[in-house]
Design a protein around this ligand. Structure first.
Ligand SMILES: Cc1ncc(COP(=O)(O)O)c(C=O)c1O
Length: 406
């Protein structure tokens, strides 16, 4: 008889017994293998992150070489290390900003909370300490720390965890007029608006045409910073390094995580654009009292550098239009047949909306039986394959959907 094991799993019922978890032991390219030797096509890049795919010896070697030199040494106050400096410079070059700064943490949740704190402290340094309100879009996912939970647009993820961080709110995710109303209701008080360029975890929602542009204009008119949460869209997912470049809208800060290392070592961060940078640097005596023990960890930075080498050398961003055509096109066939209620997506992020009476968990389970991992979220099954997925594997994903849909 199987029992509950010591590992308390994230986003799972604590009472779930050990036998109900699939044990993944290895991976290669766009596939992973379980402890019975069964191989699956991973149509989700794990959890939206394994852009270069699995089993990259080059990244493992870079991590090992750095670990032999020195695995970790902190970067607080007056210490630094070469991999962190090099990765920050590289990310700055790839970003849509002129001469940004790059803050490092370990996760997307920490990145979001960091951006929220930076927005408030930067306004304060610039003499605008009444600007404290953080606004986010309904339906948004911004991680699970208290900042990100407080601006979560997914009520179910807030249940039982309150009270939350003050001066936070969410607005309609598609109507810029609702955001304008918040600016009007709280003149001079909004510090930042936090936006996923494409909402991912809630089921892949590309922005309505003109939405991001309208939010940028409102933030400019009302003096608020615009934060793009690019934890999923950053590092190639839409075919450009950042969603900001894909959509041609420049935020003031960008949060990132996931594909910066393709998950080989946890790493997140915030790219700080010129306005916020200037506010933080204005007073040479000011100390940024925010940071994590492992900010700028050398192993994560070494993994990030090797990961970016691979993405550039193999031209993986150029694979994205083909993924969009073949995966997006394949999925749209089910919409034409009326077997799904809709298909949403852009670049390497896709979703099928379930028809009435069809359970997304059943569809994902039936796909798993057919050797394909997709992700069920309420009303939807999502797809976000490693950028190395080949055409035959994409076709196998579409075939698995075909077999799994009623
Ligand atoms: C847009 C966005 N922000 C933040 C996060 C939180 O990242 P993490 O799980 O690394 O803390 C996620 C995770 O999926 C995300 O999609």
């Amino acid at each position: 008889m199987s029992s509950v094991a010591p590992f308390l799993h994230p986003f799972a019922p604590p009472a779930r017994t050990r036998d109900r978890f699939l044990t993944i032991v290895s991976g290669d390219g766009a596939t992973v293998t379980d402890d019975t030797g069964r191989t699956y096509i991973d149509a989700m890049a794990s959890l939206w992150y394994a852009n270069v795919g699995y089993g990259r010896a080059e990244i493992a070697d870079a991590i090992a070489a750095q670990a032999r030199r020195i695995a970790g040494f902190h970067t607080f106050t007056s210490f630094t290390n070469e991999p962190a400096e090099a990765l920050a410079a590289r990310i700055a070059d790839l970003s849509p900003f002129e001469e940004p700064r790059v803050f490092f943490c370990q996760s997307g949740s920490e990145a979001v909370d960091t951006a929220m704190k930076l927005a408030r402290v930067a306004h304060g340094r610039a003499g605008r300490s009444n600007r404290t309100i953080i606004v986010a879009r309904g339906r948004g996912y911004h991680g699970v720390n208290y900042g990100g939970t407080s601006i979560s647009g997914l009520p179910v993820n807030r249940e039982g965890f309150g009270p939350f961080v003050g001066s936070t709110m969410t607005v309609d995710p598609e109507d810029p007029a609702k955001l304008a109303a918040v600016f009007d209701a709280f003149p001079g008080e909004v510090a930042a608006v936090v936006v996923e360029p494409v909402q991912g975890a809630s089921g892949v929602w590309p922005p309505p045409p003109g939405y991001l542009e309208a939010v940028r204009v409102l933030c400019d008119e009302h003096g608020a910073y615009l934060v793009f949460d690019e934890v999923i869209t950053g590092f190639g997912r839409l075919g450009r390094w950042f969603g900001a470049q894909h959509f041609g809208v420049r935020p003031d800060m960008i949060t990132f995580a996931k594909a910066v290392t393709s998950g080989y070592v946890p790493l997140g961060g915030v790219i700080v654009g010129p306005e916020v940078r200037a506010a933080l640097e204005a007073d040479e005596e000011f100390v940024l009292r925010h940071g994590f023990t492992y900010s700028g960890h050398p192993l994560a930075a070494a993994a990030g550098l090797a990961n970016l080498d691979i993405m550039e050398r193999e031209g993986l961003l150029d694979r994205v239009p083909q993924i969009a055509r073949r995966l997006g096109g394949g999925l749209r066939g089910f919409e034409d047949d009326g077997r799904v209620a809709g298909v949403r997506g852009v670049g390497g992020m896709w979703a099928i909306a379930m028809a009435d009476g069809v359970d997304e968990g059943d569809v994902a389970a039936a796909m798993l039986d057919r050797g394909v991992i997709a992700r069920p979220v309420p009303g939807t099954v999502t797809f976000c394959p490693p950028l190395v997925i080949d055409d035959d594997q994409i076709d196998a994903v579409v075939d698995a959907v075909d077999g799994a849909l009623p």
